[in-house]
Design a protein around this ligand. Structure first.
Ligand code: ADP
Ligand code: MG
Length: 599
């Protein structure tokens, strides 16, 4: 039975609130950097200890805090950024709730040195467990320095939820990258144990910043976006359709310079790109929405990662239009200039896709601005395919029965769409997804180190390929390098976030080596510290096996189909792909009868 109602003591309420705002070292970095940016800093340096888990130091050259206000900065709801309720709807600063510093100080030890440029002396304050332990006058350079240590030492459960140091470090770097991307004149350095993880000079423009943060080759591939509609504007860049990634991480949205995650915006991007880029691939996009602050509520999420728009349809429409037009314009221009020649194929495959995208774009936004929102799949965040088969069409289709069925024994009927093999089985019709089968076979071979079957031994590249990685990807790369080498994919660090690819496994022969490594790094779900080594290795192997399947769309001769069946019959777990999707489904005689209304 619950007891009587009491008011919780402040140190406890602070800890509870901290739980929402400060989840991990990366959240601390985010809050501190936001404060520095709000304070007008143009130069920031950060030191991470043990991926941020061991401690975080930050130094900025911002406005600093006057001595009298230093203790206030650590009080909940103490802020210099808003003064009355209505200000909430005019905020342009990152912070306004006055909760970051007290939250951090409730779960860690915080030491701050701060001095406004005009003040004679600075102030030092140490706060731990929400209590001020020391406050004194000190000499220090103008600006603010923070030293956060003993992170989560008084909330051990939080500590257990942290990932490996490398993974936390990657999250910290991602947080830094997202935050500093729009501030191209800011200089920032992040280092660990004396080694620079990120060192960004002030850049002249956004594209240079993107090049340094994401990929040196990216600027050539970017299409500029610039469109205004009433008092809302969208600026930024999206990659040309030929340049894409396997996940949507690099579709980044900023609303009034604040990085946000938003399904609606994400969906608008995918709508604009649909049919322009390969299925299951995503563009890279850096998009900046400027909107009058009263039309957007930024106070709806603990870490302010989500916002709420007053008129979401207008924004959706603007994004789809702006991107659709920019991409279509870019893609069509070479063809549009070329005169039509009758003996030439009038449209390339690519042009057809562009036209289709434009057609769809017209359908989905319409003239009357009725917006079409297919449901987002909760798992992938991708739109549920509106063009997919009627979900009622194969109601009974289920994975073919394991154990009893040998593919080699079935009667092979043929191949559909360079993707599916169709068989007649005693119990019904069996459809095999050749890509999923391939993934499973390669994965099992890699797992059991049977290079002879997958030709897993490396093939040395005649010209080793140098690839520049983002700092975050580079950290991840170091963690998985040995697992990759084991498959024949030999990649070595090459200074300054560069790697050099020396050899490829034969099963990836002929593929673009840089795309392989970028895709694999993109693909890897966060490798948790509590995962056993073998499990980490498996994740890497799955990413590799599935990388192959992207290019596996091919016509098979009956002999090749028979080979695939034979190998699959020999492969453990041959009924699902390594991600758990079915390799084959069976339509039983009953199912068929029901579909044709024979019963
Ligand atoms: P908020 O950012 O929501 O105002 P915080 O708890 O993050 O709340 O910070 C409290 C206050 O401390 C800020 O409003 C600001 O006045 C001051 N402050 C914090 N960090 C800095 C900094 N790096 N430079 C100058 N002032 C700072
Ligand atoms: Mg703040």
């Amino acid at each position: 039975m619950p007891g009587k109602i009491v008011l919780l003591p402040e140190d406890l309420t602070n800890k509870i609130a901290a739980g929402e705002v400060i989840e991990r070292p990366a959240s601390i970095i985010k809050e501190l950097l936001e404060n520095s940016l709000d304070a007008g800093a143009t130069e920031i340096s950060v030191v991470l200890d043990e991926g941020g888990c061991g401690g975080i130091q930050l130094k900025d050259n911002g406005t600093g805090i006057v001595p009298a206000e230093v203790p206030l900065a650590f009080c909940r709801f103490a802020t210099s950024k808003i003064y009355e309720f209505d200000d909430l709807y005019q905020v342009r600063s990152y912070g306004f709730r006055g909760e970051a510093l007290p939250s951090i100080a409730s779960i860690a030890r915080v030491e701050m040195l701060t001095r406004p440029a005009g003040a004679i002396a600075g102030t030092k304050i140490v706060v731990q467990n929400g209590q001020v332990e020391e406050i004194s006058e000190v000499g220090c350079p103008p600006g603010t320095q923070l030293k956060i240590s003993e992170i989560f030492s008084n909330v051990p459960v939080r500590k257990k939820f942290l990932k490996s140091r490398n993974a936390e470090q990657k999250l910290c770097l991602e947080a830094v990258s997202r935050l500093v991307l729009p501030h191209n004149s800011l200089r920032i350095k992040v280092e660990t144990a004396g080694k620079a993880l990120l060192s960004l000079p002030a850049t002249r423009n956004l594209t240079e910043r993107i090049a340094l943060l994401v990929d040196h080759d990216l600027p050539d591939k970017l299409i500029p976006i610039d469109k205004t509609q009433g008092d809302i504007s969208l600026k930024g860049y999206i990659t040309q359709p030929s340049f894409s990634r396997t996940n949507s991480k690099q579709i980044q949205f900023y609303v009034n310079n604040r990085f946000v995650r938003d399904h609606l915006l994400q969906h608008a991007v995918m709508t604009a790109c649909r049919h322009l880029i390969d299925q299951k691939r995503y563009p890279l996009a850096y998009l900046f929405l400027e909107i009058p602050p009263p039309q957007v509520d930024v106070n709806v999420h603990p870490a302010k990662l989500e916002v709420r728009f007053r008129h979401p349809q207008d924004i959706y429409h603007l994004v789809v239009t702006a991107l659709g037009m920019a991409m279509a314009g870019q893609a069509l221009s070479p063809t549009a200039r070329r005169p039509f020649e009758p003996d030439q194929k009038p449209f390339s495959d690519y042009d057809v896709r562009v036209r289709e995208a434009i057609r769809r774009y017209n359908v989905s936004t319409g003239r009357d601005k009725t917006v079409f929102y297919p449901r987002l799949s909760p798992k992938t965040g991708e739109p549920d395919s509106p063009a997919g088969p009627d979900p009622g069409l194969f109601p009974e289709a289920e994975p073919a029965p394991p154990g009893r069925l040998k593919f080699a024994d079935l009667e092979y009927l043929g191949q559909h769409g360079a993707s599916y093999l169709v068989f007649s089985a005693p119990g019904g019709l069996v459809i095999l997804d050749q890509h999923a089968a391939h993934e499973r076979i390669i994965f099992e071979d890699l797992k059991q180190k049977r290079p002879s079957k997958t030709d897993g031994a490396g093939q040395i590249l005649l010209l080793p390929e140098v690839v520049s990685l983002s700092p975050a990807d580079f950290s991840l790369f170091l963690e998985i390098k040995d697992f990759l080498a084991e498959t024949g994919l030999e990649i070595e660090p090459f200074g300054n976030d560069m790697v050099v690819i020396r050899s490829l496994p034969l099963f990836l022969k002929g593929e673009d080596p840089r795309r392989i490594i970028l895709d694999i790094l993109d693909d890897l779900p966060e490798l948790k510290s509590n995962k056993a080594l073998e499990e980490k290795r498996e994740r890497v192997l799955i990413a590799l096996a599935c990388r192959k399947s992207f290019t596996a769309r091919e016509r098979l001769t009956p002999a090749e189909a028979a080979d695939l069946c034979r190998i699959l019959d020999d492969t453990p777990n041959g009924y699902t792909c390594p991600h758990g999707r079915p390799v084959s489904v069976m339509l039983s005689a009953n199912d068929l009868d029901r579909m044709f209304k024979r019963r």
